[in-house]
Design a protein around this ligand. Sequence first.
Ligand SMILES: *[C@@H]1O[C@H](CO)[C@@H](O)[C@H](O)[C@H]1NC(C)=O
Ligand SMILES: *[C@@H]1O[C@H](CO)[C@@H](O)[C@H](O)[C@H]1NC(C)=O
Ligand SMILES: *[C@@H]1O[C@H](CO)[C@@H](O)[C@H](O)[C@H]1NC(C)=O
Ligand SMILES: *[C@@H]1O[C@H](CO)[C@@H](O)[C@H](O)[C@H]1NC(C)=O
Ligand SMILES: CC(=O)N[C@H]1CO[C@H](CO)[C@@H](O)[C@@H]1O
Length: 503
Amino acid sequence: MSPPRKDERSCFRRHRCIILLIIFLVIAAAVAVPLVLLKPWHKNNKNNPITGSGRAKPNLITPGTTITPSTDNSAQPNSYTPPLNQPLDYANGTVKMRGVNLGGWLVLEPFITPSLFDPYVKDGIVDEWTLCEHLGPDASRKLLEDHYASWVTEDTFVQIKKLGLNHVRVPIGFWAMGNLVQGEPYVANVSWNYLLRAIEWARKHGIRVMVELHGAPGSQNGWNHSGRVGQIRWVNGTDGALNAERTLPYLRQMATFFSNPAYTHVSPVMGMLNEPAGFLIGGEAVVNWYKQAVAAVRQATGPGKGPWAVLHDGFLSIDAFGGFKAQTDRLMMDSHLYIMFTDGLMSLNQTAQLKFACQSWGTLVTTSTKTFGPTMVGEFSVAVNDCATYLNGVNVGARWDGTFATSTYRHSPDSTCDGKNDALTYTDEYKTFLKQFFLAQIEAYEQGAGWFYWNFKTETNPLWSYFDGVEGGWLPEDANRGPGYCASMGYSVNLPQVVDESG
Ligand SMILES: *[C@@H]1O[C@H](CO)[C@@H](O)[C@H](O)[C@H]1NC(C)=O
Ligand SMILES: *[C@@H]1O[C@H](CO)[C@@H](O)[C@H](O)[C@H]1NC(C)=O
Ligand SMILES: *[C@@H]1O[C@H](CO)[C@@H](O)[C@H](O)[C@H]1NC(C)=O
Ligand SMILES: *[C@@H]1O[C@H](CO)[C@@H](O)[C@H](O)[C@H]1NC(C)=O
Ligand SMILES: CC(=O)N[C@H]1CO[C@H](CO)[C@@H](O)[C@@H]1O
């Protein structure tokens, strides 16, 4: 036998290649087809541009563009909410605000969009201030504008309407309106146009918009979502008075803008300031500032005119606002109610947490409505642990598993955060609890003017994402739900006094 000729050998090789290729393709198909059919990533939303961290292609606004308000205010979001061009009287109480926050959009929050922070965590970046400072004006503008143009799109409003909601609360920073001082690294004036474009989408789909000042000069709470972590330089400290004063023209500007007939229908309510930390810098100082701010706003709009003005309670008891009794020109109170920032509430078992939501939060809202006036809950979620990535700040750990930097609390000796942010690991039993916890809360909050879930979506933290909750089956596909959870359990939402089980 003569050895096979060269071309015969390569011909064998070619055949072997083809056979190997076929085997490879069969194995690949055997793995890929079930994966595609099961779409295990779908529930985590990674690639869904509407509901997940996947983003739409940024639809940038050309610099110099003026967003022209539409004059068509005829859209109605759903049957229980009047169309935009018919009045919705928040004092009447018939129509509840049911909404989501568009958080982590025009004010960044590490826990909502960790992907914007992850590349810079090693450089000590913890908030929008340090991010802008680190990147410099051009790169931060590019990063932020791509984010503004892709995190919220018209589909966001289509989805919100589809879920039976009727409002959005939109946090903005003072830098949206420019007039920064030396040393403030924020990107000025860019986010405002993205806000205006979104308001047109909201108008088209009949969603009412509450724009609220989430970050004031100097930071009103020292938390990352004010723009800057650290000291409070608002009211408090050397520049505190100056920064408190600097905040007023921004509010006048917002109130004047939203008093324009082009915006009164779609944006009938504005938020004066998110979470001023009254418990750290003094309740009286915060309430006095609010008095000035309300006066400034009503001076700009004229009495009886302009948007409703929402006051966050500053974590103070409603009694601290007694001085506003004589001054009730469309004022609304806003409380933010959470389990996971309070050890004592996180420790309660599920039954006790459900009861607490009805009785304590229900009574709080009922009492505030009686003693102050229309009251809503501008932020809440179904999270009962603080395990969400960066929830407490970048790399500061969680109370739940005992890693939180400034506390020794641990939920239980063996509690861990493993799987807590992975909706695929949630059992049906857990989802049932989450659903009940949601229903208990909205029933409590609808004793007042209504509620806004925090947040409409997140990149990686499903308990904080309304869209993930609907997709995962623990939040309702229609927010206009039937009979109440609290009532069915016999839990009163109107007790003689607020129950405090926080320990
Ligand atoms: C509240 O408004 C609804 C319409 O939205 C109206 O039917 C009702 O009479 C009003 N109630 C009060 C007490 O004004
Ligand atoms: C931002 O806009 C304001 C007017 O609204 C203007 O006075 C200011 O110069 C602008 N700032 C920047 C940095 O463009
Ligand atoms: C208030 O300001 C003082 C003086 O600047 C500062 O030391 C303190 O940390 C501030 N308080 C808070 C809660 O940030
Ligand atoms: C839950 O806690 C309450 C007291 O806070 C207690 O009475 C109840 O028995 C507990 N339920 C369960 C199932 O452990
Ligand atoms: C350090 C800091 O400011 N952390 C805050 C960042 O924002 C989250 C989410 O709202 C808060 O929970 C943290 O306290």
